[in-house]
Design a protein around this ligand. Structure first.
Ligand SMILES: [Zn+2]
Length: 226
């Protein structure tokens, strides 16, 4: 396959997946962004352009960016997603990360927002959400299939600051964590060796957050002992 044909193939996959996530209501307005590392490119990734409806992307609505800098490699290309800094931080951290999916799935976003409201710091510190026992946890493919800890990052207006937080947080963690993160009052990000695996992990995270919220709402309060 020529380089141009390979680029076209990756761009088509990004556009198809974006349309699917848009149709699920996870990329409303122009929200959400997807990217894929370009193998053999010497450190480039393809990411969806900024300000486009993810339900109507075509293969021209993607941008090649330098993973080291987060900058577009062409001055004529559309502007890359505003959240490119989060994607490139993940590619720099994890050499086996081949794709990143970021969206605004409602249950995951609400769970992240609850998490920061319940803790000191009012959304300005990184907190962790812990889940146990749900079968869907196995879908993350992390070292412990019975429990998972998901970091929730502050939603700084300057997205490069979120990227720096992500890079610092995972750089200081041992291996074995799930390849997902949340951003308070904002959304969810997942990554993996392929875009399909990243999308699967995003689905697992949304499902887990939905199940947990329903579980909390439907669990009767413990009876007081007389
Ligand atoms: Zn977002």
């Amino acid at each position: 396959m020529t380089i141009a044909a390979e680029l076209e193939s990756v761009a088509l996959t990004l556009a198809d997946t974006a349309r699917e996530l848009y149709q699920r209501g996870w990329m409303e307005g122009t929200a959400g962004n997807l990217s894929a590392r370009l193998p053999g490119s010497g450190g480039l990734a393809l990411i969806t352009a900024s300000g486009r409806s993810k339900g109507r992307l075509d293969p021209a609505d993607v941008v090649e960016v330098d993973i080291a800098t987060g900058q577009s490699v062409s001055s004529h290309a559309p502007r890359p997603s505003a959240e490119t800094a989060i994607h490139t931080a993940l590619y720099r951290l994890f050499p086996d990360c081949g794709a990143v999916a970021h969206a605004h799935p409602p249950y995951a976003t609400v769970a992240a927002s609850h998490a920061v409201r319940q803790r000191p710091g009012n959304g300005h510190v990184i907190v962790e959400l812990r889940y146990r026992d749900f079968e869907i946890i196995k879908g993350f493919g992390s070292s412990d299939p019975h429990q998972v800890v998901v970091p929730v990052f502050p939603n700084w207006p300057d997205v490069t600051r979120i990227g720096r937080d992500v890079e610092h947080h995972f750089h200081t963690r041992a291996a074995g964590f799930p390849s997902v993160l949340l951003i308070a009052y904002h959304g969810a990000t997942a990554w993996g060796p392929t875009l399909e695996i990243a999308r699967n992990r995003l689905e697992c995270l949304e499902s887990l957050c939905r199940l947990d919220l329903i579980n909390i709402q439907t669990t009767p309060p413990a009876k007081e002992t007389p």
